[in-house]
Design a protein around this ligand. Structure first.
Ligand code: ATP
Length: 451
């Protein structure tokens, strides 16, 4: 019987072997909580980011009651004035309660002891072995600290941003003044964030360096509940539209104590990974908490004059905040397929928009004039779709490689091509093969991929 742990192990092995994900600085033994994307992973991640940017920013969904709103982007610096993090509460409060073990010298999150195996005795959880000597919980700030400039003292301390959201809030006025946006509107940003997580784990799921995609959607306070529901549903649907099976995807509303003190409502989009249901994205009604905190700290006016309502107010904010690396992992997990009856049992069933390579072109053998037909075909297809050309190895091995990369279609040029101009098209998902005229490959891909 295949267990969930086996599935995870197979996914990790395939990602390593096929160049989706590598450990960071592997030749030096790696570094916990940091990861690199290889050629296939880079294309996959890029496709996810492009899908998000296109669907949320360039061509955003229409709002409730047919309201069309504007979305614009920003791309802010990772290191910001440290006062930003004082205003946002990260300097004082962005901490997890931690306990240390005097015996093994490990440091663990106090709220996760029940699920963290003891490093000295992994069959038991932390605190359950006779040898564990745990300290009282202490707060540990998750922000990475650095120094700006030549002097390394208290005055030059700065932080690597732990979220992209604050760059949006501090630029709220700049965007208003320069881009003619009117409420309701959203500002989007994607980029790197850093958190000194105590237990980076579950592969790339909890990393110390990761990418986020975040939207701050500004609206009138009286409409915030409506926009919250809108964005919660839009973000949930986005994942299903890109192929995350709806039974594995859950939308969970926070209740009671779980709600952050500044949030009026919040929901998590969770995915059922082999290691359990875990958060991909949170959607929150953050009220006017963030803008007001920056008004107080900076002394600048970040209110908005609504010329339709003839009213000045501090907007409410709906924040859909997701992790790109967690999405990559969810899409990889979902795509991973195993069918013993196939010549190539492992294949990655990526949604066409996300597949790192959309098509491959193979001459059956690298002689008999076949490359002369295959190469121009490849050059034509790659103008429109990410395409690979591979003239080597047995055809079965080449199909297997493309199945593991998640390439939806392979075109093979064989002896018959020279006679009647047709090529074989092989479908990744059911390994079926048909013949089409070689001049129709681009059209065929357009049609089948819907791109
Ligand atoms: P968690 O409870 O899992 O630590 P969080 O609720 O602290 O996450 P947020 O601060 O809401 O996370 O960050 C928004 C999104 O950023 C999360 O939904 C997640 O997708 C992503 N994210 C947060 N921390 C990490 C991390 N350590 N590694 C990868 N992605 C992360």
């Amino acid at each position: 019987m295949t267990t969930q742990a086996d599935t995870m192990e197979k996914i990790v092995a395939l990602c390593r072997r096929r160049g989706f994900i590598f450990g960071s600085s592997e030749i030096y033994g790696g570094i916990g909580g940091f990861w690199d994307y290889g050629p296939l992973g880079t294309e996959l991640k890029r496709n996810i980011k492009e899908a998000w940017w296109f669907d949320m920013v360039r061509n955003p969904p229409v709002g409730p009651g047919g309201v069309e709103f504007q979305m614009v982007g920003v791309d802010c610096s990772i290191i910001m004035n440290p006062k930003v993090w004082e205003a946002s509460g990260h300097v004082g409060g962005f901490s997890d309660p931690m306990v240390d073990c005097r015996h093994c010298k490990g440091r663990f999150r106090a709220d996760q002891l029940d699920e963290t195996p003891c490093p000295m005795k992994p069959s038991k959880m932390v605190g359950q072995s006779d040898k564990c000597e745990l300290t009282e919980p202490r707060a540990f700030n998750l922000m990475f600290q650095t120094y700006v400039g030549a002097l390394q003292d208290e005055t030059s301390i700065a932080y690597l941003r732990p979220e992209t959201a604050q760059g949006i809030f501090v630029n709220f006025k700049n965007v208003l003044d320069t881009s003619r946006v009117k409420l309701p509107f959203g500002i989007a940003q994607m980029g790197k964030s850093f958190r000194n997580e105590i237990n980076p784990r579950n592969y790339t799921f909890r990393s110390r360096e990761f990418e986020q995609y975040e939207i701050e959607f500004f609206c009138h306070p009286s409409e915030a509940d409506m926009w919250y529901e809108f964005w919660r549903d839009v973000r949930h649907r986005w994942y299903t539209d890109l192929g995350l099976e709806s039974e594995k995807l859950r939308l969970r509303e926070h209740v009671g104590d779980e709600l952050a003190h500044y949030a009026k409502s919040c929901a998590d989009v969770e995915y059922d990974f082999p290691f359990g249901l875990s958060e991909l994205e949170g959607i929150a009604n953050r009220t006017d908490f963030d803008l007001k905190a920056h008004i107080d700290k900076s002394g600048k006016d970040l209110s908005y004059f609504d010329d339709q309502r003839k009213e000045r107010y501090v907007p409410y904010v709906i924040e859909p905040s997701g992790g790109i690396d967690r999405s990559v992992l969810a899409f990889i997990t979902e795509a991973y397929s195993f069918d013993e009856s196939r010549a190539s049992p492992q294949f990655m069933k990526f949604h066409p928009r996300l597949a790192p390579i959309k098509a491959a072109v193979f001459p059956l053998v690298a002689k008999d004039g076949m490359p002369d037909i295959a190469e121009p075909m490849y050059r034509e297809i790659k103008k429109r779709f990410a395409c690979q050309y591979d003239p080597k190895q047995s055809i079965g091995k080449r199909y297997a490689r493309m199945d593991e990369a998640g390439t939806p279609f392979c075109f093979t040029i064989d002896g018959q091509t020279k006679e009647d101009g047709t090529v074989t098209v092989r479908d990744r998902d059911d390994a079926s093969q048909i013949r089409i005229d070689k001049s129709r490959c681009v059209e065929y891909l357009q049609d089948k991929l819907g791109l």
